[in-house]
Design a protein around this ligand. Sequence first.
Ligand code: SF4
Length: 433
Amino acid sequence: MHCGLCLPTCPTYDATLLERNSPRGRISLMRAIADGRLESTPAFADEMYFCLGCLACMTACPAGVNYAQLFERARAEAEESGVLRAPKRNFIRWLTIRWLFMDLARLRCLGSLIRLYQRLGLQSLLRRSGVLKLLPQRLQQLEAMTPVIQPKFSAALIPPLTPPVGRKKYRVALLTGCAQDIMFSDINRDTAEVLARHGCEVVTPPRQHCCGSLHAHNGELGLARLLARRNINQFPPDQFDAIISNAGGCGSHLKHYADLLADDPVYREKAELWDAKLKDIHEWLVLIGLVPPGPGAPAQTVTYHEACHLSHGQKITAQPRQILRAIPGLTLIELPESSWCCGSAGIYNVIQPEMAGRLLDRKLQRILSTHAAVVATGNPGCLAHVATGIRRANLPLRLVHPITLLAEAYRHEVQEGTRERFLDALRRDSPAI
Ligand code: SF4
């Protein structure tokens, strides 16, 4: 197929109008390498890393080309060929992909150090003093992206076993993630609460593993397989009704362990069951029957940004909107180009800051055009990246995960219920009121 229907949906092609920056152009390059007509070169590797991996081309493709798989294999090919090897790059990759994200205790340790730096006020002091302007441009950009670290990580907020509210209907596992755990542990807590409200007993072990999407998307398929096996060992899929992810990017990868472990005779069948049990939180709530919150939540206008790997990767587009619309007092305003990538794309904003910045500016313009006070999105990468843009431009916007809005609505409902019961009792005792 060379129809090119994917071209207008591709953010990199849209920016450059060059065929080689389009899905069709990239697939031609991949095919030339696979057929032995082209050697893996730095230009080929650069092209594979210029791609966001947003998967908008997969939604557009009428022939169902599995670009996600091609993209992962192509980056692995680029890494194996060694054409991008350089001491600084090798060291950064070793430090992050091979060391930090292979044991999340290390990541939590780094998160604690950043939290201390932020809580002691050193970050705001340095930012206000202007000292950071002395740093090279690249380091200034990276510093501006430093995420706000949560006061407590997931293990301190969620017990290993959360009982269901009322009758137990399901037993589910909750994946707390890697970056999600240190930047958005509050979203994990909200997810556990919402699941319990739906009759789920929630199993959340305090020590968990990275899903491996960072590794798979950066050409380290061997490490991605190792992490997949660790996750399957920790959460045997036959012991749960569902394994829940609340991070669109992670969920998209987690649902394809069977592809990743297709050649593993020990894990292949377990991985197939794992894929069947893996559910995004929005998908799961709608599947089991969303419990609409009662009245009490304040009025708010919300717009919804679709994380690429939730919409294009997992095809979950209706469920988050359904959840938002079920919240009393919430008016959902459709975001123009809702599923156009914001530029976060895993670590794309770190390795391709210029293109990521252009896409972020475009996303913020679209958000502002809605005049909504709140932006909801279901992926930690988007939350962190859009937060950087909101902070930089000092915009009066609240940025949240849809599940946080749902959890807040349930909390308001409880408060409202308590208030109503109090007033009822008062009316009973003092009929004059
Ligand atoms: S994944 Fe996104 S950036 Fe990459 S080719 Fe497809 S549409 Fe373009």
